[in-house]
Design a protein around this ligand. Structure first.
Ligand code: FES
Length: 192
């Protein structure tokens, strides 16, 4: 009978040079995507809800981000395997769309509109101010983990541009001074 349980009692396969690394039974038998962290399990469940259909990758990633808060690196191979596509394809989609976060978000996510109407009213200056004030670039999170700033393209508040969205709170006519006062308000709420 063929021995698939390893040799010399080393079922993990140490990979010591000169020795053949035995394969564990699970390597051979288990062809299902491996999921060990809550995020990976959530990724698998999301794929399953979408019937493991590769053409629903965008929806799957959005749902996963909604659930976990971002798209962890460790979930990419799990999703790729579940959808039977390459990891590079999943990675390509996650990095192409700015909507997807690769790191956990801060306690507050500040979305700053950079679309046309807001641009004409000074949103670029506002973005620079936000980056300077919070000490992070667009797409990043402040060192204290309190704020993530992200660019978005139209919040439907063009008449009151520049507009920003924090959680479900929409703010209009946001110049740097108003921005600072909004952030001060959030800091105060957090301290209470
Ligand atoms: S362009 Fe900024 S809200 Fe529409």
């Amino acid at each position: 009978m063929r021995n698939i349980s390893g040799v010399d009692g080393d079922s993990q396969g140490s990979g010591i040079m000169g020795k053949k690394t035995p394969r564990r039974p699970l390597d051979i038998i288990d062809q299902q995507p491996a999921a060990s962290s809550p995020a990976e399990i959530a990724a698998l469940a999301t794929c399953a809800r979408h019937g493991n259909k590769p053409d629903e990758l965008l929806e799957i990633l959005h749902e996963l981000q909604e659930h976990v808060g971002y798209v962890p690196e460790a979930t990419l191979p799990v999703i790729a395997k579940a959808l039977n596509i390459s990891r590079a394809e999943v990675h390509g989609v996650v990095t192409f769309y700015h909507d997807f976060r690769r790191e956990p978000a801060g306690r507050h996510v500040i979305k700053i509109c950079r679309a046309e109407a807001c641009q004409s009213m000074g949103t670029e200056h506002l973005c620079q101010h936000a980056e300077q004030t919070l000490g992070t670039k667009l797409g990043g999170t402040s060192a204290d983990g309190a704020y993530t700033i992200e660019a978005v393209y139209c919040l439907g508040n063009c008449a009151l541009s520049p507009a920003i969205l924090i959680g479900d709170r929409l703010f209009g006519k946001v110049d740097p001074i108003r921005f600072d006062s909004i952030v001060a308000g959030l800091n105060k709420e957090a301290a209470e």
